[in-house]
Ligand binder design. Structure first.
Ligand code: HPA
Length: 271
């Protein structure tokens, strides 16, 4: 695994001299953020050694090097999910490659179902913490000591300073950025209303099928993590309507401008 990370990072490193400082993983329907990235270099996942291609609609499957607000970034336009049948180690492989490239800060983005009744579809929420409901963890198995410790601390899994940068960016924009706790479930079924009620009772504000594995792997690596959820729908039972992936993609597209401005402004505030 460690050698594979090196091979992937070496290939990506041949495209650009300056290493990326910030990594961004784009969630379902949020791929259009790359339109606001400057000096783009596109590297399809198929060309990168040991990278798996995406199988989910709305996930493009390429790594983009570029600059956002003069900061060197590496963007994963398309992510891997455990429900695709991949072992967790594969799901977090691209995250670990970003770290190998030199990324110090990681922004995780996703589409999520709103559980908190104060949310409405179209809201962008800054993730303050997560609850792992995937019954899996990417660090299971022998610890790779070169990457991080056996028992990583998760007390500040979502870095407070990075959250503050997003809040300050929202304030500049006059945008009401909400904050919330993300429950990560395995999928691929959407939740039942009973499951959503349970998630609300245990403290979740929103639910989705990603982010938690990458957050765990990045915290293991000692990278600062932050995240944004785009509330694409109210979770099952909160609203009476049935859930559908095309609705998720449509709603994500509608908030694209605000989402892109928020990311760009916040990255400019990263220290
Ligand atoms: N549940 C799980 N994942 C999701 C949802 C949802 O309601 N919406 C977007 N991703």
């Amino acid at each position: 695994m460690y050698e594979k990370l090196g091979a992937a990072a070496k290939h990506i490193g041949t495209f650009k001299d300056t290493p990326p400082r910030v990594g961004i993983i784009l969630g379902s329907g949020l791929g259009a953020f790359v339109d606001s990235v400057e000096n783009q270099i596109h590297i399809p996942y198929q060309e990168i050694p040991h990278f798996r291609d995406c199988t989910v609609e709305g996930h493009q499957g390429r790594l983009i090097l570029g600059t956002v607000n003069d900061v060197d970034v590496a963007i994963l336009q398309g992510r891997l999910h455990a429900y695709e049948g991949l072992p967790m180690e594969e799901v977090v492989f691209p995250t670990r490659v970003l770290a190998t490239l030199g990324v110090e800060k990681l922004i995780l983005t996703n589409a999520a179902g709103g559980i908190n009744q104060d949310y409405i579809p179209g809201d962008i929420v800054c993730i303050s913490d997560h609850i792992n409901m995937m019954a899996a963890n990417p660090l299971i198995g022998p610890n790779i000591n070169e990457l991080g410790p056996r028992f990583p601390d998760m007390t500040q899994a979502y870095n407070p300073e990075l959250q503050d940068a997003f809040k300050a960016a929202a304030k500049d924009m006059g945008y009401n950025l909400k904050t919330g706790i993300y429950a990560g479930v395995l999928g691929p079924t959407y939740e039942t209303p009973a499951e959503v009620r349970m998630l609300g009772i245990i403290g979740a504000d929103m639910v989705g099928m990603s982010t938690v594995p990458e957050s765990i792997a990045a915290n293991h690596l000692g990278i600062q993590v932050c995240g944004l959820s785009c509330i694409t729908n109210m979770a099952a039972g909160i609203s009476k309507s049935k859930l559908d992936h095309s609705e998720v993609k449509e709603q994500a597209l509608k908030v694209m401008k605000t989402f892109s401005d928020l990311l760009t402004t916040a990255i400019g505030k990263f220290k």
